[in-house]
Design a protein around this ligand. Structure first.
Ligand SMILES: [Zn+2]
Length: 87
């Protein structure tokens, strides 16, 4: 029984997907937003804050960038998430 548990653990570790996420912060009200990093870094677009309606450039206001690890089950559905790395 313990051996079966170990086998499942190995399978779970292998089934992972990754998402590079950038956290941006509104310079006016401080509200945080999460978006895919490619969108923030490469598009470097302006967005309107949903809270205070200030327009700001997302790339200039990145407060954190992380690699998000998503554990995927046998059916391809997300089981759990974790912060794999701070970039
Ligand atoms: Zn704001």
């Amino acid at each position: 029984m313990f051996g079966l548990y170990e086998l499942n653990e190995v399978n779970t570790v292998n089934e992972k997907a990754w998402l590079d996420v950038a956290i941006t912060r509104c310079p006016n009200c401080g509200r945080h937003y999460a978006d895919a990093s490619w969108y923030i870094i490469e598009m470097s677009s302006d967005i309107e804050c949903g809270n205070c309606h200030t327009n700001f450039n997302t790339k200039k206001h990145v407060s954190n960038r992380i690699m998000l690890g998503l554990k995927i089950d046998d059916e391809g559905r997300v089981e759990a998430t974790e912060v794999a790395e701070h970039l």
